[in-house]
Design a protein around this ligand. Structure first.
Ligand SMILES: [Zn+2]
Length: 90
């Protein structure tokens, strides 16, 4: 089954389409709402600061780590890593 993640910029999940593979062979996506592309793999390298904001927002909404991972199309351990990194920043 092919689960599409929601947009990492505007959280829209309905107008996101696949947009080929990056050089690192990770899936790229393009959002037709905000006209931005994003990937689900490289976020742990800290290149997508929007992810922090989304994870924090979803946590504040009471979403489980599992739900956050599946909505953003990222692995569960990435969510944990981001939460840890966010804590260390403070
Ligand atoms: Zn978007």
């Amino acid at each position: 089954m092919d689960i599409k993640p929601c947009c990492h910029h505007c959280e829209n999940a309905h107008y996101v389409r696949k947009n080929g593979l990056s050089r690192a062979k990770s899936q790229r996506y393009f959002c037709n709402v905000c006209k931005k592309s994003f990937q689900t793999r490289y976020i742990y390298q800290g290149k997508e600061s929007d992810i922090y904001r989304l994870i924090e927002k979803m946590l504040a909404e009471g979403e489980s780590h599992e739900n956050i991972a599946s909505r953003l199309g990222i692995r569960l351990d990435m969510v944990s890593r981001y939460i840890l990194a966010a804590v260390e920043d403070k």
